[in-house]
Design a protein around this ligand. Structure first.
Ligand code: BEZ
Length: 237
């Protein structure tokens, strides 16, 4: 199958997150409606009882409170049934120790998707990689249910969860302060003003020589945004 033969078009950044209801390890969910007002990371993994996925779930579960403090909830999915999910998560808690993490309880919902209905809606099945397993997809959805970031990894490559947290903080910072965030940005680093695309504003700003703004040319202006301001904004959400 190639991309032109896909039955359902893959969602894109800026689209409304496709709606579905599903059974999960935390009961039935109505997505994304039930998560309205929160950021959500909807992510897929290839299969239960596999090592890379296990390391990912342990990492994500350990960071769940950190994401919750940024008003971001986590929802997992794989093409496995509910009883497989429950048995796998119990095994993780009871037996697996990895990088200092042990007794890890996964409290966020994990969707059962044996029919692949949700995985297909979200373009998580990529036949060149596998026709029976979801790739490692990440959809970041904002409080209004709009897809704001999409990241795909292949089966063999475990995700970087610090990067996913950075994505949440950067998106919230861009929204709250009307700025863009440059390469490798972390809270406390300079931000880009105004956001990319509004070069008329940039030219005006350069001519006005605002105190806290440094312009290197008409298209590249930065300003300081203290880390404390970023974290105050995140914690107030
Ligand atoms: C894993 O999570 O370890 C994995 C799953 C599917 C294919 C390859 C690796």
């Amino acid at each position: 199958m190639d991309a032109t033969q896909l039955a359902v078009p893959m969602p894109r950044i800026g689209d409304k997150a496709p709606a579905f209801t599903a059974v999960t390890t935390q009961g039935q969910i109505n997505f994304p409606e039930q998560f309205s007002g929160s950021w959500v990371i909807l992510f897929s993994h290839p299969a239960d009882f596999t090592p890379v996925c296990t390391s990912e779930f342990m990492t994500f579960a350990t960071m769940e409170d950190q994401f919750a403090q940024a008003n971001c909830r986590l929802v997992g999915l794989s093409i496995d049934g509910l009883y497989s999910h429950i048995a796998w998560l119990r095994t993780i808690k009871e037996k697996i120790e990895f990088k200092g993490m042990k007794n890890v309880e996964v409290k966020f919902p994990l969707i059962e998707d044996i029919t692949m209905e949700v995985a297909e809606k979200y373009g998580m099945i990529q036949p060149g990689e596998s026709t029976t397993k979801a790739v490692r997809a990440v959809f970041v959805i904002d409080p209004k249910g709009i897809i704001r970031t999409i990241i795909y990894y292949p089966l063999s490559l475990g995700r970087n969860f610090d990067e996913l947290y950075r994505v949440i903080v950067a998106l919230q910072t861009a929204d709250a302060f009307s700025v863009a965030t440059p390469a490798d940005w972390r809270p406390g680093d300079p931000v880009i003003v105004p956001p990319a695309g509004s070069c008329g504003v940039a030219k005006e700003r350069m001519e006005a020589k605002e105190d806290d703004v440094t312009c290197y040319d008409w298209f590249f202006c930065t300003k300081q945004l203290p880390k404390e301001k970023v974290f105050d904004m995140i914690l107030k959400k």
